[in-house]
Design a protein around this ligand. Structure first.
Ligand code: ADP
Ligand code: MG
Length: 418
């Protein structure tokens, strides 16, 4: 018989597994009620997890173990992720990474209370590796498995609070509270959402072509930089001056919250061709070195301006005073600086994940699953065909039921979550 988590249990350990793209990420999080950590101060501190005040997250996490392998070196020579290679690499890495994670925690696998796994969206083959591993582990350990939406993992990562961070209570006032505007910017997605609670997401606008991370990656390729392009462009941009080469800001002046980055990539290509092409630009003379840096600075400036301006439009349109930014591109320092500055002028706040949790990782998957289970919101995927009962108690001992509950969702709109 499987053992569902007891809601009354004060600490819960969840293993998070992420294999949607080119990172194999595992993490073991222990969830602890904030009530158990903070001194009781006045009526607010007495509210329990299911009280009417659902505006903020009242759980804290302790990181017991974390192991991550990034495949970027393997994909670099191809200029992007090769799906078949990604799946094979996840298969080779996943078990040693689990062992590493458990070693760090000093725990045996039986001490895990539940297993959270990215079910989608992402590369089908890569998702199957994590999902079948998670269900196999659940079956072997007799533990429940929780399917997680990858983008919800990103989206909720800025809400993460560490149990052993003494600055938590001081920062409490600065903790993001529902409702807020979320900007999700990764290699595959660029979206604005209105978030009114866990699982309550309304799409406000999204890219009509490439994602912001993709624009960084493709521009980086044209500039002869490695993959992933975002960090490489940002580094080179430090030595360059934006504005020398003027790139377009597609849809900037158009009303609404749709984004577009494809025209930017074409403009970078045209500019690189004018300068003699990528090969020629890589010749190490002073003129080329400066031209590459100036172009990198302009690429970053264009993407950051588009995201900042539209983020402010999103705040204005919704009337919310909080912007929560996540996904790989949220690691960009220049974007963080510009967003904080712009929000301040509107008396608004911006929240980001810790830099190490911006790109894909197992922590955000465990965190998203834990929040869904431990707060009063429904379990993941109600509308997507996974009932709360299935998610909380997928009967791992009954292998016949695996067929119906074990699935991957390479395409899975976030708004389908309930
Ligand atoms: P996905 O989930 O789509 O794989 P991730 O959330 O893992 O995407 O983010 C990867 C993307 O983030 C890549 O496109 C990468 O170029 C971009 N990225 C990572 N760090 C930075 C940075 N410092 N500046 C800009 N983009 C970045
Ligand atoms: Mg991601």
């Amino acid at each position: 018989m499987s053992k569902p988590l007891k809601q009354s249990k004060r600490s819960v350990r969840i293993l998070g597994i992420e294999t949607s793209c080119d990172e194999t990420g595992l993490a073991l999080l222990e969830f602890i009620s904030a009530e158990d950590l903070e001194p009781v101060q006045g009526p607010k501190a007495h509210q329990d997890q299911h009280s009417p005040d659902q505006s903020s997250v009242k759980w804290r996490a302790r990181l017991l173990g974390q192991a991550l392998h990034s495949q970027t070196d393997m994909h670099e020579r191809y200029g992007g992720v090769v799906p078949e290679l990604a799946s094979r690499d996840h298969m080779v890495r996943i078990l040693p990474l689990l062992e590493e994670c458990l070693d760090q925690a000093g725990l045996a696998s039986q001490n895990i209370d539940g297993i959270a796994v990215t079910q989608g969206p992402g590369l089908a083959g890569a998702l199957w590796v994590g999902t079948s591993f998670a269900y196999g582990l659940g079956l072997a350990l007799n533990k429940p498995v929780y399917p997680v939406h990858h983008l919800e993992g990103h989206l909720l990562s800025p809400l993460l609070r560490w149990a052993d961070d003494s600055s938590n209570s001081r920062e409490e006032a600065q903790q993001a509270r529902f409702p807020f505007v979320a900007l999700l910017v990764s290699g595959g997605h660029s979206q604005f959402l209105e978030v009114t609670g866990i699982g309550r997401y309304r799409l406000l606008g999204e890219t009509i072509d490439d994602a912001a991370g993709e624009a960084f990656d493709k521009s980086a390729q044209l500039l002869g930089l490695g993959y992933p392009g975002g960090p490489a462009v940002a580094k080179l941009a430090e030595k360059g001056i934006a504005g020398r080469f003027r790139l377009p800001r597609p849809l900037l002046k158009r009303q609404g919250l749709d984004l577009s980055f494809a025209g930017l990539k074409t403009a970078v290509l045209t500019q690189v061709q004018k300068l003699g092409g990528t090969e020629a630009l890589l010749a190490p003379d002073a003129k080329n070195i400066q031209a590459r840096a100036d172009l990198a600075a302009e690429v970053q400036a264009a993407i950051v301006e588009l995201l900042c301006e539209k983020s402010m439009v999103a705040l204005d349109l919704t009337g919310h005073k909080q912007l929560v930014v996540s996904g790989g591109v949220s690691a960009n320092i220049e974007m963080r600086r510009r967003l904080i500055e712009a929000a301040r002028s509107r008396d608004a706040c911006v929240f980001f994940p810790p830099p190490a949790l911006c790109t894909d990782n197992g922590v955000m998957i465990a965190w998203a699953a834990g929040l869904r289970l431990l707060t009063s919101c429904s379990a993941v995927g109600r509308k997507a065909g996974v009932s709360r009962e299935q998610a909380v108690r997928p009967s791992p001992s009954a292998s016949a039921s695996l067929g119906s509950s074990m699935q991957v969702r390479p395409r899975w709109p976030l708004e389908e979550l309930g």
